[in-house]
Design a protein around this ligand. Structure first.
Ligand SMILES: [Zn+2]
Ligand SMILES: [Zn+2]
Length: 198
């Protein structure tokens, strides 16, 4: 109810309807802010390469529920966990989403995690396809946001055999060789560029 400027809303009284939405790189950059594999990139802000999304959805309702069915395609850019170079992750998802009154949302689980009523990356995967709505207006922003946030792997790789950075001198071993003798404790890799006392 706060932002009428939210472009990702569909009025239930307009259903059934077919709608397309585009998510801009500025917004994707905003949503991914604070994720380590995003921040590691040191990308400009706003980053035109942060990502993009396109949703193509059919909406319909059955009286108390609303449904969205279609596709979500796009990409996002995160850092390779070994060499910190950008990795482009493609999104191509089939969406089948149910919007239901908050009172009907699945009960809280043992761990006390609230079902998808809260925005943010804490939503469990099995809740992905169920979102609350007020019966009048469908807000798609949490859904779109999750397409990006939940697509970031724990340790993204630019390629399976990425050689990463030399833990001693920080050189990208995919593109250059250094004369460092032997690798030191890889846990020190993040300290690349730090001059070791000789
Ligand atoms: Zn890499
Ligand atoms: Zn080296």
């Amino acid at each position: 109810m706060v932002k009428d400027a939210n472009p990702f809303t569909v009025l239930v009284r307009d259903l059934p309807v077919h709608r397309q939405f585009e998510v801009s790189s500025a917004l994707v950059g905003e949503w991914l802010k604070g994720l380590p594999m995003r921040d590691a990139l040191g990308a400009p802000d706003p980053d035109p390469q942060a990502g993009e999304g396109k949703a193509d959805l059919d909406f319909y309702a059955d009286g108390t529920h609303a449904f969205a069915k279609g596709t979500f395609k796009g990409y996002l850019t995160v850092a390779c966990s070994r060499c910190v170079e950008p990795v482009r992750l493609e999104l191509d998802e089939a969406l089948m989403v149910t919007f239901m009154p908050p009172g009907e949302m699945p009960a809280e689980d043992d761990d006390g995690t609230a079902a998808a009523s809260e925005e943010g990356p804490e939503v469990r995967e099995e809740d992905l396809d169920v979102f609350p709505f007020d019966g009048e207006k469908i807000d798609l922003e949490p859904l779109f946001r999750e397409q990006f946030v939940l697509s970031v792997p724990y340790a993204p790789l630019c390629r399976e055999d990425c050689k990463g950075l030399c833990p001693q001198c920080g050189i990208d071993r995919n593109t250059a060789t250094c004369s460092c003798e032997k690798p030191i404790d890889p846990r020190l890799a993040p300290l690349k560029g730090l001059k070791l006392p000789s």
